[in-house]
Ligand binder design. Structure first.
Ligand code: SF4
Ligand code: FES
Length: 306
């Protein structure tokens, strides 16, 4: 993100841009290109541009977004032919004085609900299918832990990158296999399967290996790596699929055995609350003694009067 900010800091967009939006009306079953023209400003993102259109020109335009900071993964769309996050893409990155056009379409390989909003039901169904959570054989131990599972930094590093996925679906929108075979599990689900399979705390790896060991799983991938090229979090799902494939083959040949870490304990006691320094300032009417107790309820009127 810091690198991106440095790269885009000096970019200046054209004064005015034409925004071409691929729209879809589910009631009429009609789809068309609609053209808008707006003034830009330095730092304007494609999401800003679409919201300006929605607020000032056309309230009927539908799109999905939330965090505006490349974290929630909900503003994925195809911008000038490439799946990208609208909040992370500056107008100046995709339009120039020579070609002041921003073309926006809903994500490829997803069913369109309306305009730029797509249906993620199948995406999350596939995500769930690979069991993207830690599985322990001893459910009691997991539900009511008395010990903790420690991870060595080098073990964490092995899967850290894959745990950065924000489920934005851009990799699926870029996947050429998914375009022709919707049974394919897809880069996001496969990368998450790998992330949990190699986690030393996980004991559900056999179930997951069975799920991904098929033509709809790792062996369906053509290694085009377009998923990795568009991933906004550098998860590199293409690499995860290759590693998963290699791990699976080694497992079949009896050359891979997972080492599972057990609980290490006992659990550290909750850290004692640090006493507040005597000079700490509090809201009027709230005593330090009150604050030192575990549960402090500050009456609303004190907050307002303070
Ligand atoms: S792997 Fe990357 S592109 Fe795919 S869903 Fe996760 S963050 Fe998005
Ligand atoms: S609005 Fe959250 S990722 Fe773009």
């Amino acid at each position: 993100m810091a690198l991106l900010a440095t790269r885009t800091a000096k970019l200046i967009p054209p004064k005015r841009v034409k925004v071409l939006v691929r729209r879809y009306d589910p009631e009429k079953g009609e789809s068309w290109w609609q053209e808008y023209e707006i003034e830009t400003y330095r730092g304007m993102t494609v999401l800003d541009a679409l919201l300006k259109i929605k607020e000032e020109i056309d309230h009927t335009l539908s799109l999905r977004y939330s965090c505006r900071m490349a974290v929630c993964g909900s503003c994925g769309m195809v911008i000038n032919g490439t799946p990208r996050l609208a909040c992370q893409t500056q107008v100046a990155e995709v339009a120039s004085e020579a070609n002041p056009v921003v073309r926006v379409e809903p994500m490829y390989n997803f069913k369109v609900i309306r305009d730029l909003m797509t249906d993620f039901t199948e995406f999350f169904e596939k995500h769930r299918r690979v069991k993207p959570y830690l599985i322990r054989r001893d459910v009691e131990e997991q539900e009511n832990p008395e010990y903790e599972y420690k991870l060595l930094p080098e073990e964490y590093e092995d899967f850290y990158q894959y745990s950065l996925c924000i489920s934005c679906g851009l990799c699926v929108a870029a996947c050429p296999v998914f375009a022709s075979d919707t049974r394919f599990l897809g880069p996001q689900a496969l990368a998450q399967a790998y992330r949990f399979i190699i986690d030393p705390r996980d004991e559900g790896w056999r179930e997951r290996l069975e799920i991904v060991d098929s033509e709809d799983g790792v062996f369906g991938c053509h290694l085009a790596a377009s998923c990795s090229a568009v991933c906004p979090k550098e998860v590199d799902p293409g690499a995860a699929i290759q590693r998963l494939r290699s791990l699976l083959l080694r497992y079949r040949l009896g050359l891979w055995r997972k080492s599972v870490s057990g609980p290490v304990g006992p659990m550290e006691k909750k850290a004692e609350r640090m006493p507040l320094p005597p000079e700490a300032e509090t809201l009027p009417g709230v005593s330090l003694e009150e604050l030192e107790e575990s549960k402090v309820e500050i009456p609303v009127e004190k907050l307002i009067s303070g």
